[in-house]
Design a protein around this ligand. Structure first.
Ligand code: DC
Length: 217
């Protein structure tokens, strides 16, 4: 069974997906971490981000593995390194590259072979797993999403003003929603859930009930 959870940044997708996968005994895939890993390599190699072909070549030959909630790049754990501000902004540029998307979509489908999976991202229900049995799309108010990002950064020791995060978030949303390939939007058959007033534990519990209901049929 495949469960997809899509939505913009800060809606709690990865936390909810991780809790849900663990409760169901399913594998968990964080596809944003894969785009972040490609962005990280672009920055390391000083790839010109305006050079579509050069960016498109970056994932070729890269070993990108998401396992146990960690992202390994050619065997090295880069989980923390890919959460910083620069990688975050670069990831939304890299994610608009069609060649990068083709390669990562292929890797994502490989992961899903022969396992039960909860996968989260932007295009999991619309493009990558169109036949998924359960599709969810999480939303939250821009203010709440920026607050969640601010708390995440604070936990890393980074202090960033809320206004700045709101502006960056708006830019990333705009890029993710308007890009030509696989723009961020809910699948026609996705259930849209506003997580603003809910705890992420409660969201995961709600989704678990819905998925288990589907499994019984
Ligand atoms: O969820 P996140 O913030 O870690 O994602 C990083 C970037 O990658 C973000 O700009 C959206 C993009 N992304 C995407 O385009 N498609 C996905 N399936 C997952 C993430």
């Amino acid at each position: 069974m495949i469960v997809t959870i899509d939505g913009p940044a800060g809606t709690g997708k990865s936390t909810v997906a991780r809790i849900l996968a663990s409760r169901l005994g399913f594998e968990f895939l964080n596809t944003g971490a894969m785009y972040r890993a490609v962005a990280y390599v672009c920055l390391e190699r000083h790839v010109n981000l305006d050079d579509t072909e050069a960016v498109g070549r970056v994932p070729i030959g890269l070993d990108i593995v998401f396992r146990n909630n960690r992202l390994f790049l050619d065997g090295n754990d880069v989980t923390e390194a890919i959460r910083g501000q620069e990688v975050t902004q670069t990831a939304s540029l890299v994610a608009a590259n069609e060649l990068v998307r083709q390669r990562l979509v292929q890797l994502q489908r490989d992961v899903a072979r022969n396992v039960n999976l909860v996968t989260e991202g932007r295009d999991q229900g619309t493009v990558v797993f169109q036949d998924a049995q359960c599709k969810f799309f999480l939303t939250a108010s821009p203010h709440e999403r920026a607050l969640r990002r601010q708390r995440e950064l604070q936990a890393r020791g980074d202090e960033v003003a809320l206004d700045e995060l709101l502006a960056q978030q708006e830019l990333r949303d705009e890029r993710d929603e308007t890009r030509a390939c696989s723009p961020l939007k809910p699948a026609d058959d996705a259930l849209v859930i506003d997580t603003t007033p809910m705890s992420l534990e409660d969201v995961a519990g709600y989704l678990e009930t819905l998925v288990r209901g589907r499994m019984d049929h």
